[in-house]
Design a protein around this ligand. Structure first.
Ligand code: C2E
Ligand code: CA
Ligand code: CA
Length: 517
């Protein structure tokens, strides 16, 4: 732009000096100066020489003024161009890390496409990086600490010589581009970066463990379109993310199909949620000493049109991924409370909360709102949580459990013995019940070791003053053993399958309900 400006001024100067030269030549041709000198001599009284001197002085002053103005203008233009350059840089870079951003990536892609069309044969390795647990670290460290963490992540990524360009595409999303000719092994590079990010970060004296899920693709090997190759590394990254193992995954063709199926599942789940098509079924919880029904566990059921029943473990985790878990859970709880109000007043309703929900500070308020809305007595509700919730976010989970407990809601520790929690959690937190996972019940009649585990859990429960429920009772032999061992409650196909609200009522009618809590 500055060059253009200079060019315009050069043309102007040529025109001005050209005009002056023409005037001079015409004047010289017709001897205008001699004529003027003679005229002035003849009319001395008019003082024309002074007048001409004044005009010449004014002309020189005008030239000096014009020159100074021009220098000023030039400086202004330079400043403006500098500001425009800076604005342009800002629009293409991330302010915090200084890395090129998504806009810059689009330009890079366009440029490479143009070069490919002109015969360039550049090959790239692409690594999509998504941090795991950044949100939690950000909450813990505050915004300034979170910013420092992101800068540190950036410098760890950039520290590898093979990393040609790094883009920051979102809060905790990065894309690394390498030149395959120079560094052909993108997967090993990704693993090295993954290991670096997996090392602890010391931010203002606070040690943070985050990690990253990463996907790798190659251009033009995986696809001859660069934009698609970036999509491929993203797909591979989502696969790594879903595995929950903070690992590196290489793109494969099959991921396209899986992704398509997954998007359709997500869409169908959202429609089912909007139309209220996900319903609770109820499985009886029997008091073993009296053979009476103690209550029912609500288990979510979704009959997906054209696909049949989808296992809750599948759609619950999809709902978590797409941020629909709270709405889904509220909907199931609301319906379950309304159904349970039709049961005898001494029956409890047990309800599952996913680990992710227990990291949500608003969860107790949501549950209490549903109870108030439906008029269901909090003392009849038992919330089941798994040990993974304690591992995921022990502070928030402890707070939530306290709030629920003080509202009169009971808490059960589900799938006991299969998670990673330690026994100290059992003494620190208050649980009303532990549910022994079906894995231990399955073979307890034939496997002495399993039997001993069941016995130990039962005595642990007794020692800590907690009720115990054995899950997955499928045979009469297992039931008899559990009765003998003094287990409080039992649940399993042998005692009753999960059925809908209508069949639950029929089940209740077939039983004599004299259970007294
Ligand atoms: P869970 O809470 O451990 O639920 C018990 C699971 O064991 C249920 O599977 C039930 O159908 C199954 N089951 C019951 N008796 C037997 C038996 O005798 N043998 C065997 N092999 N299995 C038995 P389901 O309904 O497929 O649920 C699986 C998991 O999905 C549940 O495990 C729970 O963690 C989750 N889930 C179900 N509904 C919900 C919900 O509304 N919210 C949340 N967050 N999770 C839910
Ligand atoms: Ca459960
Ligand atoms: Ca369970």
């Amino acid at each position: 732009m500055l060059e253009k400006y200079l060019h315009a001024h050069q043309i102007e100067a040529v025109i001005i000096f050209g005009t002056a030269a023409i005037i001079y030549l015409v004047g010289a041709e017709y001897e205008a100066f001699e004529a003027l000198a003679a005229f002035m001599e003849k009319h001395e009284a008019l003082e024309l020489d002074e007048a001409f001197l004044a005009v010449a002085t004014l002309g020189i002053a005008g030239y000096i003024y014009a020159y100074r103005r021009q220098v000023e203008r030039r400086k202004e233009i330079e400043k403006r161009l500098h500001a425009e350059d800076h604005l342009d840089w800002l629009s293409k870079h991330d302010n915090l890390t200084g890395l090129p951003n998504r806009h810059s990536l689009s330009e890079f892609v366009k440029l490479q496409e143009a070069e490919t069309n002109n015969g360039s044969e550049k090959h790239f390795g692409l690594i999509s990086i998504d941090l795991d647990g950044f949100k939690k670290a950000n909450d813990l460290l505050g915004h300034t600490g979170g910013d420092k963490l992101l800068k540190e992540v950036t410098s760890r990524i950039k520290s590898h010589a093979a990393v040609n360009t790094v883009f920051r595409l979102g809060g905790d999303e990065f894309l690394v581009i390498t030149e395959l000719e120079k560094f052909p092994d993108t997967y090993t590079l990704a693993q090295t970066i993954n290991a670096e990010i997996g090392k602890p970060f010391n931010i203002d004296g606070i040690i943070n463990h985050i990690g990253a899920s990463m996907g790798v693709s190659k251009f033009p090997i995986d696809t001859p379109i660069l934009e698609e190759a970036i999509h491929c590394s993203d797909l591979a990254m989502y696969h790594a993310k879903r595995s929950g193992k903070k690992e590196v995954t290489e793109f494969t063709e099959a991921m396209i199909e899986t992704n398509l199926r997954r998007s359709m599942l997500e869409q169908d789940l959202l429609s089912a949620l909007a139309d209220g098509h996900i319903k609770p079924h109820y499985q009886p919880l029997m008091h073993l000493a009296s053979d009476q029904i103690r209550g029912f566990e609500a288990l979510a059921r979704w009959d997906r049109p054209g696909h049949g029943f989808v296992p809750p473990a599948t759609f619950i985790s999809v709902a978590e991924d797409i941020g629909a878990i709270s709405d889904l859970s509220d909907q199931i709880l609301r319906q379950a409370c309304l159904d349970a109000k039709e049961w005898p007043g001494n029956m409890i309703l047990t309800f599952n909360l996913s680990p992710l929900q227990l990291s949500d500070r608003m969860i107790s308020e949501r549950i209490l709102n549903v109870l108030a809305e439906t008029g269901f007595d909090p003392s009849r509700l038992e919330v089941e949580i798994t040990e993974s919730a304690l591992v995921l976010d022990i502070e928030t989970t402890t707070e939530v459990l306290k709030e629920l407990g003080s509202a009169g809601i009971r808490i059960a520790l589900d799938d006991f013995g299969t998670g990673f929690s330690n026994l100290s959690n059992l003494s620190k937190l208050h649980f009303d019940r532990i549910k022994i996972d079906c894995e231990f019940i399955n073979n307890c009649s034939s496997d002495g070791k399993q039997m001993n585990i069941v016995k130990s859990i039962l005595s642990l429960g007794k020692g800590l003053g907690m009720h115990t429920t054995a899950e997955g009772i499928e045979e009469s032999g297992q039931l008899e053993i559990l009765k003998e061992l003094g287990c409080d409650c039992g649940q399993g196909f042998f005692l009753g399958h999960p059925v809908d609200a209508c069949e639950t009522k029929a089940f209740l009618q077939r039983h004599d309900n004299r259970y007294a809590a």
